[in-house]
Design a binder for this molecule. Sequence first.
Ligand code: NAP
Length: 283
Amino acid sequence: MQLIDGKATSAAIRGEIRAEVARFQTEYGFTPGLAVIIVGEDPASQVYVRNKARACEEVGFYSEVYRLPEQTTQKELLSLIDRLNTDEKIHGILVQLPLPKHLNETELLLRISPAKDVDAFHPYNVGQLTIGTPVFLPCTPAGIMELLRRYGIDPCGKQCVVAGRSNIVGKPMALLLLAANGTVTVCHSRTPDLAAKTRDADILVVAIGKAKFVTADMVKEGAVVIDVGMDRDENGKLCGDVDFETVAPKCSYITPVPGGVGPMTITMLLQNTLKSARIAANQ
Ligand code: NAP
């Protein structure tokens, strides 16, 4: 069994991005910029936003963080997004989710210019991914594809099973594996006999949000197992959707939690922002 080290891979990619930012500044005379908007005091969101700002600093990006009060109105947010859409210093705009209940998330995400939609949540970018001509890739599934690539795991011709069908992980993950010529099965909470499906997988991606749900009897000998879950076990310790202790010995490759998929997500956000800046530079 080989561990897929997301932390080391992410650090290597950030090094590559840092070098490219330096080249970019010399060649085009400006710095890629990311704007992050957070509304309210949700502690987990505050941590995510801090990490994103830190990552921008690490690779030499320009960044702006808008920490807005809980009572911010829809109109105020829409006008901030409008301003950022036309701000030449900004190449990526990100609205941290979840938003307070009184705000209309769909309207806000639709307002972000698809050219600056580095989370790839806008229906335009979702559509581009679906027809096979993506500009920005959704960050968590893109991070997983990058891990597979860097570990020499080719989904072509493999039986790929994705457990979970959310818009941010499961569905785009299935599309990316399909684009890489995997044969893809998507499972969800209404799938009868989930274990029979997961046992079929050469590559199993689990994104269901249930601590240690996937056990050894649900995994084929020699499978590649990618654990997207970020859950808490009975002692409040961070763990994944896969019961790592029992499943790992059966795998050819497996991602740990923490240190697997997680570190790659923000790195792919940086990569999307760099791509957006490159497109802007060439226009
Ligand atoms: P989500 O929106 O809650 O979706 C969960 C999916 O799992 C749904 O499609 C659901 O099916 C399915 N599901 C739930 N219970 C199931 C069961 N018993 N059997 C089969 N399928 C089941 O979650 P998400 O946003 O995709 O996130 C999933 C996990 O990944 C969470 O732990 C989250 O914290 C983590 N995550 C990590 C990262 C990262 O960067 N590492 C990023 C995003 C998410 P239905 O559609 O039928 O309800």
